[in-house]
Design a protein around this ligand. Structure first.
Ligand SMILES: Nc1nc2c(c(=O)[nH]1)N[C@H]1C(S)=C(S)[C@@H](COP(=O)(O)O)O[C@H]1N2
Ligand SMILES: [Mo]
Length: 161
């Protein structure tokens, strides 16, 4: 009936694909995980070089913590080493992360699903929840607004020592 209030409803993030336990997490559920924050940075577009704006300290949960909760490393399988993650936004925008990048480099420490900025709660109109990679050289591409799902994809067909 009244769709105007839909922006005020709590958004939901799903973790799915090649995981043991697909998850559906609202913001309250995101807040139950250990919180992590990333330092302020300038938002700059990769494609055009356009300076967008400075952003303050984001706070949220590390993406790798959510992926661990969903069970990316399945028992008896070494597929995780050729797994990539596709993160999808509400508008169809999508970006990639690799298992190595998130779990086996310092980049992963600063990839967070953010629900607050400068100690203020984000609203959907701010992009809640924002998936952001704090260690990227150019930040805008992986400053993904209104994250809706992250899917694990196992690429190729390598052997599993
Ligand atoms: N959901 C979503 N997030 C996105 C994008 C998008 O198209 N959709 N574009 C990215 C890119 S390439 C840029 S440059 C910035 C643009 O930010 P702005 O819309 O605040 O100018 O958002 C990033 N995050
Ligand atoms: Mo961009």
């Amino acid at each position: 009936m009244n769709h105007a209030h839909s922006l005020s409803l709590s958004p939901v993030v799903q973790i799915g694909g090649a995981v043991e336990r697909p998850l559906v997490l609202d913001v309250a559920a995101l807040r139950e995980f250990a919180s992590a924050s990333i330092a302020p940075f300038d938002l700059v577009c990769f494609s055009t070089g356009r300076y967008i704006r400075p952003v303050e300290r984001y706070q949220g949960v590390q993406l790798r913590v959510l992926l661990d909760a969903a069970g990316v490393r399945r028992p008896g399988s070494t597929d995780f080493k050729r797994t990539v993650f596709l993160a999808h936004a509400h508008d169809g925008y999508a970006v990639t992360f690799s298992w190595h990048e998130l779990f086996n480099t310092p980049v992963g420490e600063q990839v967070i699903v953010a629900y607050a900025c400068a100690d203020r709660e984000l609203g959907v109109e701010d992009g809640l929840p924002v998936l952001v990679s704090g260690a990227d050289t150019v930040h805008a591409p992986r400053h993904l607004k209104r994250l809706v799902r992250v899917d694990a994809h196992v690429l190729g067909s390598g052997h599993s020592p």
